[in-house]
Write a protein that binds this ligand. Structure first.
Ligand code: M6R
Length: 610
């Protein structure tokens, strides 16, 4: 989604801004722009499409400046074109502003500003902010006070950065509902919507909280909260390293991230398993562990892939932790007037920790008195900070828009939470130790699945021209069917649906013919025989079948067209293995179709608007 970078110091900011925007490309965008003070005058350069197009334009202009802001825009209000791209300016062209988020009352504000004589050039909600701030500057207020006064009239979400010609020694930034971070340098400071844009320059950062407005100078920053009180902000050290956000020799981030999974799940479980006691130790929720175990109900709320992880969590919690569990799309949950009791625990799963719907669902649950636990990847993210307690998945930065390693790490963390609760309840020491041992053996099993990559690529060749796909699974593997279908559709643009296998006969079977590939997730478990019957039903209608099956299964080969075998493990952990061939299948199909795997059209890595 939209990205923000900014710099103030002694260096030429152009390469810093462009480099920062490149680091934010993974978030998804359709246009880009920068605004700098060049010889004291505001200068804006924008382009449609990739940052490389902007770079070409800038190369021809050879500008140099020591203060500037840059933005990648993911269109919400108005089509992707140069006029709608950020920065937006006031009429005198002396103020430049970039914005992430949505100004919900922009239409009303625009009407008022138009009546006051302001002329609008773009279709965006953001331009309203530029003129609104200008209206306060015209009343003689400073930039800082004008920004504050303007934001008082705004409903919606924002992360903004503003530069004003008449106050050339500062960038004013503000945050509400959209992440913003200041990078502290030596006699220079940076701003960004995401630490990955800063990591090449500094490890010292300050996270802004909602309602804060900050003046960023080259050698200091002054932060104020909603009540105009100056606040002392904590400088934090980020551990993210530059090589962690590079492709490391792989053609795409997505492939790198799939291939990393034996390591990333190790990082998710490191130091958290207690084999002697057959349980787990999770520092982030230790203090709440008993309350969690005594919960009358668990609600899991998330979006996209994280929602699918939540569905697997539901099976785990109900089977072993013996707590009734519901899983809700955060976008529905937040507006549904949900009934939440104080004895409930609500778990929010989010890779980015910034998903607007999940964050809003969290705030609503907190307001209603539930214990709120976050399962996030990005350290210091909004959901991680807003939750009462939480567990980081430690999967490392996930850059590819299609979530892969975060999913398997989310499942590891859910299994650790399950183990923790189950051992407080009725799970025996022996059973707990068995789960621990199965978790410990997952990395080598993942390695063996990753070695099937070439074979899966060959299967992808046979299916790259398919127009539709069905993914079917049961029990723990039903969410894997949903996830496999999501992976395929988001990067290959092939229509794909995930279904519980038994539901096929209630509708989707009508779609099956020789043109319909059907992927069965069919490991040997208690539903295996029933899945075989479903396979027969598809075969009888000439559907082309790919089965994800257990290594020990020698029966299934004769029934299906393609088999991808995965090692056996206990049922609750099987999704961590069965999903990997589906990630690889989607990846190879998209590559063979010549598509932009890491930045699929219309998608954003972190969905920070509703
Ligand atoms: O950062 P989050 O986990 O909260 O993101 C949720 C979804 O936006 C995300 O999983 C999305 O569906 C991915 N593109 C799936 O690959």
């Amino acid at each position: 989604m939209c990205g923000i970078v900014g710099y103030i110091g002694a260096k030429n900011c152009i390469p810093i801004l462009v480099g920062g925007l490149r680091r934010l490309e993974y978030r998804g965008y359709d246009s880009a722009g920068i605004g700098v003070l060049s010889q004291g005058k505001a200068l804006v350069v924008k382009s449609v499409g990739k940052v490389s197009v902007l770079q070409d334009k800038l190369d021809k202009l050879s500008i140099s400046s020591s203060i500037g802001i840059g933005h990648t825009r993911w269109a919400t209000h108005g089509v992707p074109n140069e006029t709608n791209a950020h920065p937006h300016v006031n009429e005198k062209n002396s103020l430049m502003l970039i914005h992430n988020g949505i100004i919900e009352n922009y239409a009303a504000l625009k009407e008022t500003l138009k009546l006051a004589g302001y002329v609008f050039k773009s279709d965006t909600d953001t331009e309203v902010l530029a003129h609104l701030i200008d209206s306060f500057l015209n009343k003689g207020l400073t930039l800082f006070n004008s920004v504050r006064a303007a934001l008082n009239e705004v409903e919606g979400t924002y992360g903004i950065a503003v530069i004003f010609e008449n106050e050339p020694d500062k960038i004013v930034v503000a945050k509400k509902g959209s992440p913003l971070v200041i990078g502290i340098g030596d006699n220079e400071n940076y701003i960004a919507s995401d630490v990955s844009a800063l990591v090449a320059h500094t490890q010292q950062v300050v996270y802004l909280e909602d309602g804060e407005v900050v003046e960023v100078y080259k050698d200091k920053f002054i932060a104020k909260d909603v009540s105009d009180k100056e606040i002392v902000k904590k400088v934090q050290e980020i551990t993210l390293k530059l090589d962690e956000i590079s492709k490391g020799g792989f053609q795409h981030f997505m492939l790198k991230e799939i291939m990393e999974q034996s390591e990333s799940i190790c990082n998710s479980m490191r130091g958290r398993l207690v084999p002697t006691e057959g349980t787990s130790k999770l520092g982030g929720i230790e203090e709440y562990a008993d309350r969690l175990a005594q919960s009358k109900r668990i609600i899991i709320s998330a979006c996209g892939t994280s929602y699918h992880a939540g569905l697997v969590g539901e099976y785990m919690f109900e089977q072993f932790a013996e707590i009734p569990t519901e899983v809700e799309y955060a976008s529905e949950f937040r507006y549904r007037n949900p009934i939440i009791y104080p004895e409930d625990t609500v778990i929010f799963i989010s890779q980015s920790g910034e998903t607007a719907d999940t964050l809003a669902a969290l705030k609503e649950s907190k307001r209603r008195g539930a214990l709120c636990i976050g399962i996030c990847n990005v350290v210091g993210s909004s959901i991680a900070r807003e939750s009462h307690a939480g567990v980081y998945i430690h999967a490392g930065p996930e850059i590819g828009v299609a979530s892969t390693k975060a999913f398997t790490s989310q499942l590891i963390v859910l299994s650790l939470i399950t183990l923790l609760i189950a051992r407080k309840k009725r799970m025996s020491l022996i059973d707990g130790q068995n789960v621990v041992s199965e978790i410990e053996h997952l990395p080598e099993k993942i390695e063996s699945i990753l070695r099937l990559n070439d074979g899966i690529e060959k299967i992808a060749e046979d299916f790259k021209d398919a127009k539709n796909f069905l993914y079917l699974g049961r029990g723990y593997n039903f969410p894997v069917a949903l996830e496999g279908a999501l992976k395929l559709k988001e990067i290959s643009y092939i229509h794909a649906e995930g279904y519980p296998a038994a539901e096929m006969k209630h509708g989707p079977i009508a779609l099956v013919d020789k043109m319909m590939p059907v992927v069965f997730i069919a490991p040997r478990d208690s539903t295996y025989e029933k899945i075989l019957s479903n396979i027969q039903e598809v075969k009888a209608r000439h559907g082309r079948i790919i089965a994800i099956a257990s290594e020990s299964d020698d029966k299934i080969n004769d029934l299906v067209d393609y088999t991808i075998k995965v090692p056996d493990t206990i049922r609750m952990l099987m999704p961590i293995l069965t999903v990997i061939p589906l990630q690889l299948l989607a990846y190879h199909i998209a590559v063979k179709k010549g598509l932009n795997v890491d930045q699929p059209r219309n998608l954003a890595k972190s969905v920070t608007v509703e």
